[in-house]
Design a binder for this molecule. Sequence first.
Ligand SMILES: *[C@@H]1O[C@H](CO)[C@@H](O)[C@H](O)[C@H]1NC(C)=O
Ligand SMILES: *[C@@H]1O[C@H](CO)[C@@H](O)[C@H](O)[C@H]1NC(C)=O
Ligand SMILES: *[C@@H]1O[C@H](CO)[C@@H](O)[C@H](O)[C@H]1NC(C)=O
Length: 262
Amino acid sequence: MATSLTSSLISLAPLILAMMMCLGSACANLERFEHLPKPNGSLSFLVVGDWGRRGLYNQTEVALQMGIIGEMMDIDFVASTGDNFYDNGLTGVDDPAFNESFSKIYTAPSLQKPWYNVLGNHDYRGDVEAQLSPILRALDSRWLCSRSFIVNAEIVDILFVDTNPFVDEYFTKPGGYNYDWRGVLPREKYLSNLLKDVDSALKESRAKWKIVAGHHTIKTAGFHGDTEELVKQLLPILEENHVDLYINGHDHCLEHISTADR
Ligand SMILES: *[C@@H]1O[C@H](CO)[C@@H](O)[C@H](O)[C@H]1NC(C)=O
Ligand SMILES: *[C@@H]1O[C@H](CO)[C@@H](O)[C@H](O)[C@H]1NC(C)=O
Ligand SMILES: *[C@@H]1O[C@H](CO)[C@@H](O)[C@H](O)[C@H]1NC(C)=O
């Protein structure tokens, strides 16, 4: 599914202020990408998740429409909420699926922009480090993938969070799949560090809008249901820090859920 978001508010927080806030040692440990908005302060981007099918399952048709909408909106980048390569992630940096499911599919001129990618559960069934490797970026310069990171675009900070290690079932009932947990263990420590980093990045953020993106649902009306681990551990941090929007994939449908209290 592809959906789109547009903001056209002039930044009230000059970049210099955000930079000064980080001069102390309190800056969060998440990798940070600076993405300047358009000269008039506006920013638009597409969000897509659960996509890498070598063009099948209507991936090519969705890519075509993304190209048309991307041109109309003059998008600045694309955000991917994970499950980048079905069924089992990439086998390595030389997996032809990278070309066949990404480079050869999203060919429209408007989509030749940075792609900020997080990982989904299907990605964890393959070689995760391949998706994180700079070798892919050398093959296709649009590709940016990290476990958890921040895109700072002046009017908005988007925090991409790797939600996979939160899900108990992948550890307790992996169902015959081999999840690539290299770099994630010991799990408890990884998760508590990640939650701390997310919290401090949100507290440091001076952007007008704060968005968090991850693969798994928090609340959903879809097939997979709510991700209870995220409801319990991540949602309170998002609420405390007045996050405006959480964007996810995993459920293959389009939903817009709002809460009564915000
Ligand atoms: C800013 O410029 C873009 C095109 O570059 C335009 O689509 C958008 O409407 C403009 N926004 C404002 C607030 O003027
Ligand atoms: C592609 O979309 C069409 C139209 O919605 C649908 O009939 C078809 O089953 C889809 N193909 C696949 C492989 O999902
Ligand atoms: C990707 O596929 C195209 C068309 O099949 C081919 O020309 C190109 O060399 C491939 N690129 C890579 C990096 O494999």
